[in-house]
Design a protein around this ligand. Sequence first.
Ligand code: PRP
Ligand code: URA
Length: 208
Amino acid sequence: MSNVHVSTHPLVRHKVCLLRNVETEPRTFRELIREIAMLLAYEATADLKTRPTPVQTPLAGAEGESLEEIIGLVPVLRAGLGMVEGIWEMMPSAEVWHIGLFRDERTLKPVEYYNKLPVGPTVHVCLILDPMLATGGSAIATVDVLKRWGAQRIKFVGIIASPEGVKALTEAHPDIDLHVATIDSHLNEQGYIVPGLGDAGDRQFGTG
Ligand code: PRP
Ligand code: URA
């Protein structure tokens, strides 16, 4: 699957190990989500277009480059929120568009509750931010929303994925890139990723 990228970066693997640990407190958990998100976004944005930009240094003129594309960060509430801030610091001109979805605990289907996208897309590249890709329902629904909006290039940036979620998302939307830190073993009967890290929203916000 050429559009599925699993990070092999040692820092990412180290931090994911800490993130999984049941003993990790919400404060550290949030820091790790933020740091891993930055590292994954660094990898996910490696193909952004730049334009030549001449620049004057104190010594001479130089050929520089500037980002040409407008980036939209699309965190999926709630758990995606913790992935925004660090990435935004690296690309402060990015727009942030929140999408509110939760999984119905019984059906495991996504329920949309927040979307304030304006008429017509305002960005060139969307990075969907959600730490967990479980059944894939929430990610598929988010891509559906962004495509209806008119988004042309969409990338999913997640931390832990299940094989089932990767399959569902790539089959529903073969044109999008996936960047994740790891693809775990499987989903359990409750739709949780195993071994995973538990509930990413609850662990960030201390609501578990
Ligand atoms: C989690 C997670 C994803 C979704 C993944 O959110 O952050 O959005 O589940 O599951 P899926 O791939 O099976 O759709 P949750 O519904 O728990 O909401 P929360 O972030 O508000 O806790
Ligand atoms: N959402 C989570 O937060 N964790 C899972 O394992 C699956 C969905």
